[in-house]
Every structure is written in structure tokens, then in C-alpha cells.
Design a binder for this molecule. Structure first.
Ligand SMILES: NC(=O)c1ccc[n+]([C@@H]2O[C@H](COP(=O)([O-])OP(=O)(O)OC[C@H]3O[C@@H](n4cnc5c(N)ncnc54)[C@H](OP(=O)(O)O)[C@@H]3O)[C@@H](O)[C@H]2O)c1
Length: 305
């Protein structure tokens, strides 16, 4: 299967991901043959940018492709797969991070190989796709070795770094992705909200905080997470941290718990670094474990019936 040949490739789904991957694959000389979408005009628009590529109905794509990327929304994958005439030796590959390969069972039953190919990146604008692809990870899952070889090869053509996923690892993989992308944004929203308390509009607050966040991420890229940590926890400044905890307590229990967790995690990350020194570490640990002013009274009265 695939031996000595450049497999013909089709995309079903002509949205943000297909618009990002297909042009780069075509540029790299891969044998792209067809694009489908529910809206034929969307498939045609993408095909028009790719010499020799045809906009076809989904079922017809299968007739002219060896590897078919299902680049539809996650929820559409299983039903779409079940509706198509797969054949032995062909490959059905979805691009979802969260969806298991069981969504491709219908293709497998028809003798096709199945796989997942999930670039760990956000593609909203095809014009910036090349830059975003370069050096990003792509999670590859497949029980079929010949398909695995091809997906690793295509990853290389796209500038992606393959990460092999085993069966059952997808939920943990996708949770990590959610924390690293949208989770960071959710955390940033708490900082934005604190700046709003100071009188800044939300967009001003975000603009003020973004360079700081970027600086921290750049530092982590160069020096690792522990090496990039700065601020009162790394300095062992208990007085400043106590003031922070008081502000966070005034915002409510959730905000306080979030802040405590974040600071404790910083202490844990710094455990082997010698920062802060042992005495300061113990003082910060005690401070983080202690109820904030008023918290014990709240808990006590909440416990009364
Ligand atoms: N965008 C990203 O950043 C990104 C990154 C990594 C992985 N992914 C994954 O890539 C996949 C596609 O995401 P996307 O962001 O490209 O979605 P998208 O922009 O919403 O595009 C989805 C495309 O699928 C088409 N479609 C929907 N249902 C269909 C069906 N039943 N048959 C044929 N075509 C259908 C839509 O066409 P119509 O408009 O005609 O309905 C649209 O062209 C998802 O699994 C997603 O998790 C996305």
C-alpha cells in the first residue's frame, strides 16, 4: 500500500484547516486531486487556487484519492464517514484533536486504513498558515503502519513535528491543548478584569497585559517554565503575596482559590531551582495554606444550620 507512489490526496471540508494545509501540500509537490464541501462554491474557491485540483462531490473525491482528509467540523466526521463509499487500501484521516478513531469505523469496516492528523495550532487565516505550521506539532494516530509512514512524511512536508498518539490518549492530549490555548486566555481574563477595577476599558487592559504575557512565553521558550518565573513567588516576597491574596479574596472564593493554586504551582515549579530560599519558601507555603481574612468566619457560618 502506497509503496513507491506519491499518494493522491483529497480534502472533504474546505474550511480554515483545509485552506491552510492544501495550498502548502500543493506547493510542496504533493499530488492533490480534489476538494469537496457541502457548499460546492466553497470547494470551488479553494480548488481554483490549486492547479489541477477539482471541486467534486464528497463521494467522487474517494474515487480519485488514496488519502482522504476529513476536514469537517468534529461533529460531522462519523456521519460523513458512514455516508461514503470507502475501498480497501484507501485511507480516511480526520483532523480533529478530540475525536477518537472510532468515528472512522465505517471506513475501517469497508477495508480502508484510518488515522488522525491533528495540527496543534490555531488556523484562522490561511495567509498566516505557513508561519503557524512551521515547527508546530501534529498529533498522528493510526493503527496502520503504511498510513503512519505517509502521515509522518506529510507532516515533514508541512513543516510540522509529528507526535505519535496511542489509542486512549486523546482526552489527555486535547485537555492539555485546551489549557495551553484557551485556558491561558481564560486566566488572562482574570487579569483583564483586575485592570478594569483600576478603570481601564477591557481592550485597553488586554493591550496593556499582552506584551507582558508574550514576554513570559518568550522567556519560557528560551529558559523553560521554572526559568521564566518572575514576581513575588520567585522572590519570596511574602508581604506582597499577602496583599495579592487579600485583593483576590475580595473578588470571591473562586478568584482566591485560582490565585492560590497558581502561586502554589509556581512554588512547585521552582522546587529545584533554589528560588526562593528555604525560609521564604516555608513562609509562602504557610501563607498560601492560611485562610484569608474573613474566610474562616465565612466557612464557619456556612457550616451552621
Ligand atoms: N481551524 C483550526 O485551527 C484547526 C486546527 C486543528 C485542527 N482542526 C480540525 O480541523 C477540522 C476542520 O476544522 P475547520 O476549523 O477547518 O472548520 P471550518 O472552518 O468550520 O470548516 C469546516 C468545513 O467543513 C465543511 N463541512 C461541514 N460539514 C460537512 C459535511 N457533512 N460534508 C462536507 N463538508 C462539510 C464546511 O462546509 P460548509 O460551509 O459548506 O458547511 C466547511 O467548509 C476539525 O476537525 C477541527 O477540529 C482545526
Amino acid at each position: 500500500m502506497f509503496a513507491g507512489m506519491s499518494p493522491r490526496i483529497a480534502f472533504i471540508g474546505a474550511g480554515r484547516l483545509a485552506q491552510s494545509l492544501a495550498p502548502v501540500l500543493a506547493e510542496q509537490g504533493e499530488s492533490l486531486t480534489a476538494i469537496a464541501s457541502r457548499d460546492p462554491a466553497a470547494a470551488q474557491r479553494l480548488a481554483d487556487q490549486l492547479p489541477g485540483v477539482h471541486a467534486l462531490p464528497a463521494a467522487d473525491c474517494l474515487a480519485v484519492a488514496d488519502i482522504v482528509f476529513l476536514s469537517t467540523p468534529d461533529d460531522a466526521i462519523a456521519a460523513l464517514t458512514a455516508s461514503l463509499p470507502w475501498r480497501r487500501g484507501q485511507a480516511a484521516v480526520h483532523c480533529s484533536g478530540a475525536t477518537g478513531l472510532d468515528a472512522l469505523d465505517a471506513a475501517r469496516r469497508a477495508g480502508a486504513m484510518v488515522g488522525g492528523f491533528h495540527p496543534l495550532q490555531i488556523f484562522s487565516d490561511p495567509r498566516t498558515a505557513r508561519e503557524r505550521l512551521k515547527g508546530s506539532v501534529v498529533a498522528i494516530e493510526t493503527p496502520d503502519a503504511p498510513l503512519g509512514e505517509q502521515l509522518h512524511r506529510l507532516a515533514g512536508r508541512l513543516g510540522l513535528r509529528p507526535l505519535a498518539l496511542g489509542g486512549g490518549q486523546r482526552a489527555a492530549y486535547h485537555a492539555a491543548a485546551n489549557i495551553a490555548a484557551s485556558g491561558v486566555l481564560a486566566m488572562l481574563s482574570e487579569a483583564v478584569s483586575l485592570f478594569e477595577q483600576l478603570g481601564l476599558a477591557p481592550d485597553q487592559a488586554l493591550a496593556a497585559l499582552m506584551p507582558l504575557s508574550r514576554g513570559a512565553l518568550d522567556a519560557a521558550t528560551q529558559r523553560g517554565l521554572a526559568g521564566a518565573i518572575a514576581g513575588p513567588v520567585a522572590r519570596g516576597d511574602a508581604r506582597v503575596l499577602a496583599a495579592h491574596l487579600q485583593v483576590m479574596a475580595s473578588r470571591g472564593e473562586d478568584a482566591l482559590q485560582l490565585y492560590r493554586w497558581l502561586c502554589q504551582r509556581q512554588l512547585d515549579l521552582l522546587a529545584d531551582s533554589g528560588r526562593p530560599d528555604t525560609a521564604a519558601r516555608a513562609a509562602l507555603g504557610a501563607l498560601l495554606a492560611r485562610p484569608a481574612v474573613g474566610e474562616s468566619e465565612h466557612s464557619a457560618s456556612a457550616g451552621k444550620t
